[in-house]
Design a protein around this ligand. Structure first.
Ligand SMILES: Nc1nc2c(c(=O)[nH]1)N[C@@H](CN(C=O)c1ccc(C(=O)N[C@@H](CCC(=O)O)C(=O)O)cc1)CN2
Length: 286
């Protein structure tokens, strides 16, 4: 008999979307329909898939969704103009620019042009600053994938406080913010990256291991402590198949609770985007 404890991100994300429907209904009764605008630059197939998933999730929950698709030769100035219009549009509570952007556009400039109170991706320096300085008393949007990871762990009934968490990867979108969210939950953090000495040794000391390196099946059995919670953030396409950063088959029996790919962290990213959009509407004026 298998003793694998799967963390079912698809089910947990569905529960969260169901919870959000009630909050949206209350807002609608006050005539305050939440609205999100998702801007897609170019025709990257993966980005198109994610944008369509966001659009569908919003529609299902009752959030107004405005999808803006623009050509990949749009100038930076034109894109900034679109964002400026959205910043001033009262029907739009959340603005998201799908990443990655074409090389001729400065990603930081674009993110910084979004009104922080509409930054439902949680990438604006005002929001990351509030996260990194632990400000919980101000309106703050946390990045969706890191926030989704915390929700997955907690809804699985795992207590984060006092645990040793090791994060593989130091990206601005996942590694750094998830470290801060875990610190806020009183975990002890180690962030590993491509220059880390004895990465396997550090990973195998973790009670909670978050793999966000972008390398298919990078985490092998020897890198996992018996019973550790393993969170796989990888979304790598290999021969048309979606593969995580964890060698799931090799690790699943040794690990404790573990997320699959697909069906783990991915669906939580979109659920948390919906959560942030509803939160934005709740904070915006009548
Ligand atoms: N502006 C942003 N851009 C990007 C983000 C982001 O949070 N904001 N994150 C990623 C892509 N992403 C959302 O945009 C995303 C990735 C994966 C999934 C997901 O549900 N994956 C499924 C599988 C889907 C498939 O078959 O391809 C899963 O893991 O089960 C959702 C959202 C980069 N860009």
């Amino acid at each position: 008999m298998s003793n694998v404890e799967l963390i079912d991100g698809k089910q947990i994300a569905s529960d969260i979307r169901e919870e959000l429907k009630g909050r949206v209904q209350e807002l609608k009764e006050e005539g305050r329909v939440p609205g999100i605008s998702v801007v897609l630059v170019g025709d990257n197939p993966a980005s198109q898939t994610y944008v369509n998933m966001k659009d569908k999730a919003a529609e299902e929950i009752g959030i107004y969704s405005d999808k803006k698709e623009v050509s990949d030769d749009i100038s930076e100035q034109e894109l900034l103009g679109i964002i400026d219009d959205l910043n001033n549009d009262d029907e739009i509570d959340g603005i998201l620019v799908q990443l990655p952007l074409p090389d001729h556009i400065d990603e930081h400039k674009v993110i910084e042009s979004i009104d922080p109170a509409k930054d439902v991706d949680g990438f604006h320096p005002v929001n990351t600053g509030r996260l990194f300085s632990g400000q919980q008393d101000k309106l703050r949007f946390d990045p969706c994938t890191p926030k989704g990871i915390i929700e997955l762990i907690e809804r699985q009934g795992i207590d984060i406080e006092g645990k040793d968490a090791v994060i593989l990867g130091r990206s601005n979108i996942v590694g750094k913010p998830v470290a801060h969210l875990l610190i806020e939950k009183n975990a002890t953090i180690t962030i590993c990256h491509s220059r880390t000495d004895d990465l396997a040794g550090k990973a195998s000391s973790a009670d909670i291991l978050v793999a966000a390196v972008g390398r298919p099946e990078f985490v092998t059995e020897d890198m996992v402590k018996e019973g550790a919670c393993v969170i796989d953030v990888g979304i790598n396409r290999v021969d048309g198949e979606l593969v995580g950063d964890v060698d799931f088959e090799a690790v699943k029996e040794k690990a404790g609770p573990i997320t699959p790919v697909p069906g783990g962290v991915g669906p939580m990213t979109i659920a948390m985007l919906m959560h942030n959009t509803v939160k934005a509407r709740e904070h915006h004026g009548v």
